[in-house]
Structure formats: structure tokens, C-alpha cells
Write a protein that binds this ligand. Structure first.
Ligand code: HEC
Length: 132
């Protein structure tokens, strides 16, 4: 029996198109906006120590770029991978904000932050993700 190469090729092509589609859908449906959704959480709970006046761990959380650069431990965010992002890890293990602070990040907020990071293109660099 003969295998027809073009049938195989079509299948491969359709398969990869479907994957790209799913990724794009996920991105559009879920992606929270940094200025609108994310920054207010940081402003309320993080920027007193990671902003203009203080930089705990040398981390500045006022812009996406400065979080991609990160602080003492390296990048705070790994685009496309919330699970491997230091920022999420520290919130998850309740290390940030520090316990002496009264504020905590709610599970709805951490979920939003996860979605925000996961929606970033994985190969993003500080220049390609920078928005005015
Ligand atoms: C009361 C001050 C304070 C607040 C509020 C705070 N942090 Fe921190 N953060 C620190 C300090 C100080 C460090 C340095 C490490 C340490 O000493 O624990 C740090 C370190 C970090 C680091 C690691 C930086 C590195 O590269 O080593 C991350 C990520 C971080 N904080 C995220 C957050 C997030 C997210 C919030 C808000 C939800 C937050 N922090 C709120 C004081 C604070």
C-alpha cells in the first residue's frame, strides 16, 4: 500500500493550526490587562515595598519590563509560565506580601495574575512585550 505524502502533510498542517488557534483563543478570552487589572493589585499590596521609594530584593514592580529584569533572585516573571514565575511562587507560599503586613493576595487575585502571565507569549522579551 502506498502512503500518500500530501494527505500526511495536510494532517500535520491542520494539527498545528488547531494548536495555534487554541493558544490564541485562550489568550484573547482570558488575558487580563496590566494597567487595568494587574497594576491595581500591585499598587494595593506590593508597591509600598517594590516601587518608587523602596525596592525589596531590588525588585521594582511598577512596570512589566522591570519585573522581567527582576531583582536579586532574577526575573520575577517568566512569560507564558506562571508556575515558574518567582512572583507567583512567593505569593503562593504566602511569603509575599511579608506576614507582618496585614494584606494578603486573595485567591481570585492570584488566579488573575496567573492568567496574565500565562497569556504572555512564551518567547516574549522585555522589548517585544513593552506597551506604551
Ligand atoms: C512590607 C514590604 C513588602 C511588601 C508589601 C511586598 N514585598 Fe516583596 N519583598 C520585600 C523584601 C524586603 C524582599 C527581599 C527579600 C526578603 O528580604 O524577603 C522582597 C522580595 C520579593 C521578591 C523576590 C525578589 C528577588 O529577586 O529576590 C518578589 C518576587 C516579591 N518580593 C514579590 C512581591 C509581591 C508580588 C508583593 C505583593 C503581593 C510583595 N512582594 C509585597 C518586601 C515586601
Amino acid at each position: 500500500m502506498l502512503i500518500r505524502p500530501h494527505v500526511l502533510l495536510c494532517g500535520l498542517l491542520l494539527g498545528s493550526l488547531a494548536e495555534v488557534d487554541a493558544w490564541a483563543d485562550d489568550k484573547q478570552a482570558a488575558a487580563p490587562d496590566f494597567q487595568r487589572d494587574v497594576l491595581p493589585i500591585f499598587e494595593a499590596k506590593c508597591l509600598s515595598c517594590h516601587g518608587a521609594k523602596r525596592r525589596g530584593g531590588k525588585l521594582d514592580m511598577r512596570t512589566l519590563e522591570s519585573m522581567l529584569t527582576g531583582g536579586d533572585t532574577g526575573p520575577a516573571i517568566k512569560p507564558g509560565n506562571a508556575q515558574k514565575s518567582l512572583l507567583i511562587e512567593l505569593i503562593h507560599f504566602k511569603e509575599m506580601p511579608p506576614k507582618k503586613e496585614k494584606s494578603v493576595v486573595t485567591s481570585a487575585e492570584i488566579e488573575l495574575l496567573r492568567r496574565w502571565i500565562n497569556a504572555m507569549p512564551p518567547a516574549a522579551t522585555s522589548t517585544s512585550t513593552a506597551r506604551p
